[in-house]
Write a protein that binds this ligand. Structure first.
Ligand code: EMF
Length: 318
C-alpha cells in the first residue's frame, strides 16, 4: 500500500522518551506522520531543537502549539486518521483537551491515550503510583464516555529503560541492587517493539475498543535471571545488594515526588511481580500473538546490544 493510502498518524508527546521511537516507527511503516509539539522557544534545549530538525528531515510534519489551543488541534485532527498520545505526567489529565477536539473533529478512526505501561484497570499499586494511575483511569473513562474508537496498550516494562535502571551498564559498579528477593518475574518489551507493535495495533480493526497487552513469554524474567544473564555475557560477577520490601515501602512513604512514585513502581513490578502474575483473559489481545510475523527483540538479544553499545539511560515518566 503506498504512503498516500496509509492512515495518517498524529502523535502527541512525540519528542519524549517513547515518543521518538513511536515517530520513527510510524515513518518506517510508511504512514504520513504528524507531531503536535510544544513551541520551540529561546529556552528550548538543543536536543529538542535537533529532534525537530531530525523529524522534519525524514518527512514528519510538526505542528507547534499548546493543548489548550482547541481550534488549532481540531484543524490538524481533520487532516489525520489516527491519534496516539504519549503525553507524560503531569500532562496526562490534559488529554481531555485532545478528547474534546476529537469529538468536534468527528473523523478520527482510532485514539490511543497515553498508557503503554501497566494494565491499570487490573492492578493496584502503593499510593504514589496509584495516584498517577488514577489519572490514567479517568482518561480511559472519559474516552469510553466520548464514544471515540480507542485502543489501550499495556506494554509492561520498557526493555532498554529497565535494563539501564537495574544493571547500570554505564557505571563501573561492583554491586547491583535487587528489589525484594529478586525472584518475582516481570514482562519486558524493547521500546522499538513497543513502537512497531503500537503502529500496527492502531491500524488493526481487531483491536478497536480493546486492550492490547505486550507480554512475550521469552521476555518474562526475574531480576535474578536478568543479572545472571548479564554476568554470563560480561564475564563479571556483581555483589547483590537487596532492598527488602519493608524498606521499599518505607521509601514510598518518605521520598519526595517523583522518587516516591518510582519506589512504588519498583515495589509493584519487582517485589510483588504483579505484571507477570495475572493471566490474559479470553478477550485479551496479546501483541506477539496478533502479529506472529513481527519478530520482537528478546531480552537476551537486547543484552547483547547493551554489551557493545548500551543505549544512554533516560528518565522515563509515568
Ligand atoms: O521511572 C519509572 O520506574 C522506575 C522504577 C517509571 C517509568 C516506569 C513506569 C513503568 C510503568 O509500567 C511498567 C511508569 C509507568 C508505568 O505504567
Amino acid at each position: 500500500m503506498d504512503r498516500e493510502a496509509k492512515n495518517k498518524i498524529l502523535i502527541f508527546g512525540g519528542t519524549g522518551y517513547l515518543g521518538t521511537y513511536m515517530v520513527k516507527a510510524s515513518i518506517k511503516l510508511g504512514h504520513p506522520t504528524f507531531v503536535f509539539a510544544r513551541p520551540i522557544t529561546p529556552q528550548s534545549t538543543l536536543n529538542k531543537i535537533n529532534l525537530h530538525e531530525e523529524f522534519e528531515s525524514v518527512g514528519v510534519t510538526i505542528i507547534q502549539g499548546e493543548l489548550k489551543e482547541h481550534e488549532k488541534i481540531v484543524a490538524i485532527l481533520r487532516q489525520v486518521d489516527i491519534v496516539i498520545s504519549l503525553l507524560p505526567f503531569p500532562q496526562v489529565p490534559d488529554q481531555i483537551h485532545i478528547i474534546e477536539a476529537i469529538k468536534v473533529a468527528g473523523n478520527i478512526k482510532r485514539f490511543l491515550p497515553s498508557e503503554f505501561g501497566v494494565e491499570e484497570d487490573r492492578l493496584s499499586f502503593l499510593p504514589p503510583f496509584e495516584a498517577c494511575l488514577d489519572e490514567k483511569r479517568k482518561v480511559r473513562r472519559a474516552v469510553e464516555a466520548s464514544g471515540i474508537p480507542y485502543t489501550y496498550v499495556s506494554a509492561n516494562c520498557f526493555g532498554a529503560y529497565f535494563l539501564n535502571y537495574l544493571l547500570r551498564p554505564h557505571e563501573q559498579q561492583e554491586d547491583v541492587i535487587i528489589y525484594g528477593s529478586g525472584e518475582a518475574k516481570a514482562p519486558f518489551t524493547y521500546e522499538e517493539d513497543i513502537a512497531n507493535y503500537t503502529i500496527r495495533v492502531a491500524n488493526d480493526p481487531r483491536t478497536c475498543n480493546k486492550i492490547v497487552i505486550y507480554k512475550m513469554q521469552k521476555n518474562i524474567l526475574s531480576q535474578i535471571e536478568l543479572i545472571s544473564l548479564w554476568e554470563k555475557k560480561t564475564g563479571k560477577y556483581f555483589k547483590k545488594v537487596h532492598v527488602p520490601e519493608e524498606e521499599l515501602v518505607k521509601l514510598t512513604e518518605t521520598l519526595p515526588f517523583p522518587d516516591n512514585v518510582r519506589a512504588s513502581v519498583l515495589h509493584g513490578l519487582f517485589v510483588k511481580g504483579d505484571l507477570a502474575n495475572y493471566e490474559l483473559g479470553e478477550n485479551d489481545l496479546e501483541a506477539s500473538s496478533l502479529y506472529p510475523d513481527s519478530k520482537y527483540t528478546t531480552i537476551d538479544q537486547l543484552l547483547d546490544v547493551f554489551l557493545v553499545d548500551p543505549p544512554k539511560p533516560a528518565l522515563a515518566t509515568f
